[in-house]
Structure formats: C-alpha cells, structure tokens
Design a protein around this ligand. Structure first.
Ligand code: FES
Length: 110
C-alpha cells in the first residue's frame, strides 16, 4: 500500500491510496484528481499527465526516460521543470509511500 498526495496549484492536497500496481497517473484518474487528464491513456503521447516531483523524491521515482524526456521538452504552453515527469511513466510501489506530487497550473492543449 502506498499513500500518494497530489497538490493542486492552489495548494489543495488530496491523498489517495494505491493498493494495486498502478501508475501515478492511473491512481489520479481512478480517484478523479483534478488536473490529470491523461488523454492518451498512458501511451506517452499527450503530456496531459505532467506533474512535478519534489527534489527529495527524485531518487526514488527516478529520472525521466529518454523518450519521456523528449515528450516533456516538446510540451508547449506549460512550465517544464528539471523535476517534471509524466505521471503515466511512474509505477507506484511501497517504496513511494508518502510521495507528494505537484500538479501544474496548466496541461498542454487543455
Ligand atoms: S497519459 Fe498521455 S503522456 Fe501520460
């Protein structure tokens, strides 16, 4: 079990519990968390699942993969940070229990 907290741009926090092997995006969608649209369903094609990982968690989530990084760099109209990730590319596990992620103010094309 892993508790994951999503922080909205206005500071509102929502904690969700992952029991199965979901991705960070799937947990957000399953719990109707605002700001995660995931229009491509996790195929790394839309960027609408973009989140910011706090620096202290980057070691555990790992860096963006090569193709994910290409997608992040192609996002238009959103602030991409060094700790930006596509939440569909982060597999949740016990190791990520307590993870806090920030949701950007805008998602591309939404
Ligand atoms: S859901 Fe489309 S890139 Fe993650």
């Amino acid at each position: 079990m892993a508790k994951i907290t999503y922080i909205q741009p206005d500071g509102t926090a929502r904690t969700c519990v992952n029991f199965e092997g979901m991705t960070l995006m799937q947990l957000a969608i399953g719990n109707l968390v605002d700001g995660i649209d995931a229009l491509c369903g996790g195929m790394r094609q839309c960027g609408t699942c973009h989140v910011y990982i706090p620096p202290e968690w980057v070691d555990k989530t790992g860096p963006a993969g090569e193709e994910e990084q290409v997608m992040l760099e192609a996002l238009e109209g959103v602030e991409v940070r060094p700790t930006s990730r596509l939440s569909c590319q982060i597999q949740l596990s016990e190791e990520l229990d307590g993870l806090v992620v920030e949701i950007p103010a805008d998602q591309p094309g939404v």
